[in-house]
Design a protein around this ligand. Structure first.
Ligand code: CA
Length: 290
């Protein structure tokens, strides 16, 4: 396995990597640094960093052009050429201690994203679905730290991580409506650290980033068994996604926030984006279709 550092960004909280299959670039965000990053693997000198406040937390490409992002309290369109931001839907504007966190498009091009308390209060968050007509409905309430999302390639199962539960749960997914049902535990992840972001590969196996665990792990969501563990030279591993022209590179984001000088001396590239060549292919990220 070969793992390399591709963005030595020293981000406070690098998150939400997503591969744009049309443009051949990787988007990712630094939530606490309040920046959107665009990485071009073939010409890294063209990499872009754009200030995006307050608290840009997830990004997806938009089929009709530009991007859609979550800021602290809502879904917005974003034009990376002009930096123009336009509100699509405001959420939780009265919950001033909350912010959006991880988000991703479902196979029908709806944008799902969840929230969390910035003061670590449990059960204050929720998971929302921005439909392609720009309406929003809540899918889950009483979530603590809404994180990883993934869908099976037959579109019938949604996987979801609320970090403090230390579980990946599965739902039956109704692709025509976006409705979820039949919640069950797919994987228990009690060690090391906490499950954070997630992606799924072309074999239907899920990949989970371990906050505080120095690794990304691969799991069979049907048996709950761990299949592999990829060590990462940073303790706070936040998310992962497959990218590259063949979708066979695993991009991994990490965080620097909260680490002491002693800890940073042992993990100088914390807050960077790493890339692992695993010989396994992912599934393409779906753009927002609204
Ligand atoms: Ca996260």
């Amino acid at each position: 396995m070969n793992l390399k550092l591709v963005c030595d960004a020293k981000a406070a909280l690098a998150e939400g990597p997503v591969w744009d299959t049309v443009k051949g670039c990787l988007y990712w965000v630094d939530i606490l640094g309040q920046k959107l990053h665009i990485h071009y693997p073939n010409e890294p000198e063209s990499d872009k960093t754009i200030e995006c406040t307050p608290y840009v937390s997830s990004v997806v490409p938009r089929l009709s052009g530009g991007l859609v992002i979550t800021l602290q309290n809502g879904f917005h369109t974003f034009d990376p050429d002009t930096n123009e931001i336009s509100l699509l839907a405001e959420m939780e504007e009265a919950l001033t201690d909350n912010r959006f966190n991880d988000g991703k498009c479902d196979p029908a091009g709806r944008f799902l994203a969840g929230t969390m308390s910035m003061k670590d209060k449990p059960s204050k968050g929720a998971l929302y679905c921005l439909d392609t007509d720009h309406s929003v409905k809540p899918l889950l309430s009483e979530v603590s730290i809404s994180n990883g999302l993934a869908w099976s390639s037959d579109n019938k199962i949604m996987y979801y991580i609320d970090t403090p539960t230390q579980q990946v749960v599965a739902f039956d997914y109704e692709i025509e409506t976006g409705a979820i049902s039949e919640r069950r535990v797919a994987v228990e992840i009690s060690y090391p650290g906490f499950p954070d972001g997630m992606t799924i590969d072309s074999e239907g196996m899920i990949w989970v980033a371990h906050w505080g665990g120095w690794c990304v792990t691969r799991w069979n969501p049907f048996t709950g068994q761990q299949l592999a563990s990829i060590p990462v030279p940073a303790s706070q591993v936040t998310s992962c996604t497959f990218g590259g022209p063949n979708l066979d590179k695993l991009y991994i984001s990490t965080a620097r926030i909260g680490l002491s000088e002693d800890e940073l001396a042992k993990q100088p590239h914390a807050g960077g984006i790493f890339c692992a060549d695993l010989g396994i292919r992912g599934t393409p990220a779906i753009p927002y279709l609204g």
